[in-house]
Design a protein. Structure first.
Length: 247
């Protein structure tokens, strides 16, 4: 009798009062990807109404309840200490999967792929989210223009869906915890590329982002966002990565 193959992915999801949003995602992971998931590490970052406790899934769900709110990167770094699989998937609670996008990603990943992602679509928008260029002030302004031409290949992958090779994640010591929220996704992509890892986006695979942008509604989140941008622009990784893209 052939031994059952180990499941290759540890999933990390952080809830900021978002357990109601999280339930559909867990159900979709169970429907489409359960055989790939070794465990889901759910971090409850703030006190919130309970929707997940008592539910049984086709994968273990390990819960981390924070005594104090932690930043995006710190939460996922803590979850990574519980990862014993070759792949580590960072997901936002508002991601939606209509099909299994993980199997083809794993099948097509190269030995140098440090982080993988599908294309992303937001409900109500006719086009896929464009690839991201280096996070400069000029790029941020140009991206909002109707005639903006997105890069053919992404310079970084947004943190809503990042499937890391665990060895790559460990090689750059995970997310930089000096970022509380926003900017850490660009930063880790820059450091991975500088370390020789590839960023791979699969053009034929699509996930849905049911976007809930707090920075559009909350002054505190907007301040975090702006502060993180200045932190990115003052980092050594940003300037080193920018030089590689300008060559």
């Amino acid at each position: 009798m052939q031994a059952e193959q180990p499941r290759p992915i540890t999933v990390s999801i952080v809830s900021h009062g978002q357990q109601a949003l999280l339930l559909p995602l867990l159900e979709q992971l169970e429907t489409h990807c359960a055989e790939l998931i070794d465990k889901v590490v759910l971090t409850v970052n703030i006190s919130e109404q309970e929707f997940v406790a008592g539910r049984v899934w086709n994968f273990p769900l390990e819960r981390v309840t924070n005594a104090r709110p932690r930043g995006f990167g710190e939460n996922h770094n803590v979850a990574f200490t519980r990862c014993h699989t070759p792949w580590f998937l960072v997901l936002n609670p508002d991601m939606r999967l209509d099909v299994d996008v993980l199997t083809p990603m794993l099948t097509q990943a190269s030995a140098h792929s440090g982080v993988l992602a599908p294309r992303v679509r937001e409900p109500g928008k006719p086009h896929l989210e464009p690839h991201r260029e280096i996070l400069t002030p000029r790029e941020i302004l140009l991206r909002r223009r109707p005639n903006y031409i997105a890069p053919q290949f992404p310079a970084w992958i947004p943190g809503m869906f990042m499937l890391f090779r665990a060895t790559a994640y460990a090689s750059v010591n995970g997310f930089d915890q000096r970022y509380f929220m926003y900017g850490e996704d660009f930063d880790i992509c820059a450091r991975l590329r500088l370390a020789g890892w590839r960023l791979t986006v699969f053009e034929e695979l699509v996930a849905i982002h049911d976007a809930r942008r707090a920075s559009h509604r909350s002054l505190r989140h907007l301040c975090w966002h702006v502060g993180s941008l200045f932190q990115v622009w003052s980092s050594k990784a940003f300037w080193k990565y920018l030089k590689t893209r300008l060559k």
